[in-house]
Design a protein around this ligand. Structure first.
Ligand code: SF4
Length: 237
């Protein structure tokens, strides 16, 4: 019987370049590694297909995504010849939620919002990561207060003790724009309309002047720590 690898001993000592982090990740974990994509500014898709054309890329279709997000996904498939692995929420859980609490239950309280995110995002993510040893995200420190402590390589306890890799952790919004334009990467057109963080259409709006990147998410809530539960219980290694 194969012994389960202890991922707490994993160490990345390479350069800060996102491409180098990806190369290391594939050499270390392929084929048990997947990339998450929300079709906002999919720079890592552009980089990853050049390094590993067989990279598996998944996304979660919550059922309430904006049209521009689907368009970005289609643009990527057409340009790079990839197939996105879509994950949906369990239909019976969504049916029960909407029948019992309505289609806008998430506006009633933070707990109610977490319930909706739990059904539409967190549960599908756990299926997407089942059996994997590592996953890649586009998280950046500059996106919010709750992300300033994230690292390039983290131990992801919440998903069974696998490794979470965040190659763009130190990128600024300006870095993102420059890369998108220079490399002609398809991106979510809502970014051209003042959106800086894009999730479900009913919970996302353009930011107001001076607003933080995630202030357009769940804007009716007061908390600075606006997360949906996809990224939790990780620590740096
Ligand atoms: Fe539900 Fe809004 Fe979370 Fe989407 S972002 S899963 S609609 S609460």
């Amino acid at each position: 019987m194969t012994e389960k690898r202890d991922f707490k001993n994993i160490n990345y000592s390479g350069s800060n370049k996102a491409e180098d982090v990806l190369e290391w990740a594939f050499s270390e974990f392929d084929p048990n590694i997947v990339m998450a994509c929300s079709f906002e500014a999919p720079i890592l898709v552009h980089m990853a297909v050049a390094i590993n054309p067989d990279i598996r890329i998944f996304s979660i279709d919550t059922g309430r995504l904006p049209e521009e997000t689907y368009q970005c996904a289609q643009d990527l498939e057409d340009l790079y010849g990839i197939k996105i692995e879509w994950y949906f929420p369990k239909y019976d859980a969504v049916e029960t939620l909407e029948r019992e609490k309505g289609v806008y239950s998430f506006k009633q309280s933070i707990n109610a919002r977490h319930e909706c995110c739990g059904i539409r995002k967190v549960e599908p993510l756990s299926r997407a990561l089942a059996g994997q040893n590592a996953w890649i995200t586009s998280l950046r420190k500059s996106q919010s207060q709750s992300r300033i402590k994230i690292s390039k390589v983290e131990y992801d306890e919440a998903h069974g003790g696998i490794i979470k890799i965040n190659p763009m952790v130190d990128w600024t919004q300006e870095d993102v724009w420059q890369y998108l334009k220079k490399n002609r990467v398809p991106y979510n057109r809502l970014l051209d309309r003042g959106y800086m963080s894009i999730g479900c259409s009913c919970c996302t709006k353009a930011i107001e002047f001076g607003g933080t990147p995630r202030s357009g998410r769940w804007w009716w809530e007061q908390s600075e720590h606006k997360e949906c539960g996809l990224h939790q219980n990780n620590y740096s290694i």
